[in-house]
Design a protein around this ligand. Sequence first.
Ligand SMILES: Cc1ncc(COP(=O)(O)O)c(C=O)c1O
Length: 498
Amino acid sequence: MSSDPLYQQLADHYRHAIGARTLAPGDRMPSVRTLMATHGVSLSTALQACRQLEREGLLQARPRSGYFVCAPARPSITSIDEPTNLVADPAQYIGIHERISYVLARSQQESVKFNLGGASAAAGLYPIDALRNAARRALQRDPMLYGEAVKPRGHDPLRTALARLALAMRVQLSPDEILITHGCTEALQLALRAVANPGDVVAVESPTYYGLLQILESLGVRALEIPCSAQTGISLEALELAVRSYKDIKAVVAMPNLQNPLGSIMPDEQKATLVQWCEKNGIALIEDDCSSATADSDMALRAAKSWDRSGNVIYCSSLHKVLAPGMRLGWIAGGKWHARIEMLKFALSRPNEMLTQTAVAEFIVSGGYERHLRRLRAALKRQRDWMAQAVATSFPPGTKLSVPRGGMHLWVELPDGTSSEQVFERALQEGVYVAPGVIFSNSGRFEPCLRINCGSPRSAGLEEAVAIVAAVARKVAREAMPASGAAPVESAFRTTVA
Ligand SMILES: Cc1ncc(COP(=O)(O)O)c(C=O)c1O
């Protein structure tokens, strides 16, 4: 019997019926009363199931008429291929920093009118008023806050609140096993410093978050790129092959939930296998889990850390993307390296200041955080679906895309031979920034890829920005195409959800 909540099981049942076209677009969904009578469920279960399907874009509520099955939301688009070459790209640590700095500096020019390359959502999607009020109350309660010494490990109520939130991901931590950091960036820095020295090899997903490559380069640590699937995350087979050639891998850094930039979610069995594999090979696992709270489902994704029995997994997370980009709050649970990590944090940056921690702790304890996340997830899903549809209809034929089940990005693969750097440069000239694939890897594998942000609600400005990128991408793809090998304009599209 499924352990999913009843409303999920009911939603699954009708999702299946819609997928099989037993219920076709335009059909009326059985009424809530009928669902209650047919399946013996409560009113709230029947309603939750319908709302879930509505959030997924499969049903539409019509006033006083009930729910109807929606027409397919978008023309489908070919999904990104699974990696076939499972050989890791040689470990390297020079050069990427320069490339990334160039792209980031160009993206910060004043002439940029629309940022489609960033990693957070539009400011209006964050609970800024509530956080401001919580900060004001914190100062009223403790007017001497700025005069007091800060707590070395961070604000106790915040660490307790984070430990409680982690329970949903099946992670058991005491507040003392959590250290507050300056974002996930500092958490990753600390984790890497704890387990690796300059010249060591660390395995990373390929492609991966460019900030991680910058950190590795700045530490003099060599990044060994392991192929990663847009569906199931880092390839365990490729890791097994890599460990035979590279005897001295000190750590694997992975994002099992909503990998950046691919958006993949590792199946739970693979997360468990990864944890066991690292343990068996004496390799630390650094889990970067910044985005899992943005997954579409209200049911929390399980963290790899939840399978850790020996302290071999260092868990790094952040509230930056999901709660408040302006706050720079992150945290780390360092497993068996925790004491060393606390010492490193003290040596490198000292503890975080208290006001933001106090405000955020209050906000989480009040239940405001969970309510905010529900709204954020729904908004991101809407925006992602719209963006995927816009890409499907306007990007060059041959474009590939796997739509993730959460997060703020789409990873788009342009037709072979299309230079994302060219797209980046030319779109920038027209005031739009998109992140080119070349900053997500030291290898040349992702030259035709782009990461596109879908953190902003649909607007005329956004539509125009996407149209600019699409037109530029079509032009660059056309220029790259050998005259005889022109792809048909109406290519057969198909969608997958990562
Ligand atoms: C996967 C990943 N890890 C780490 C970070 C850095 O997080 P923070 O901004 O909290 O330092 C980001 C930010 O975009 C990210 O996408």
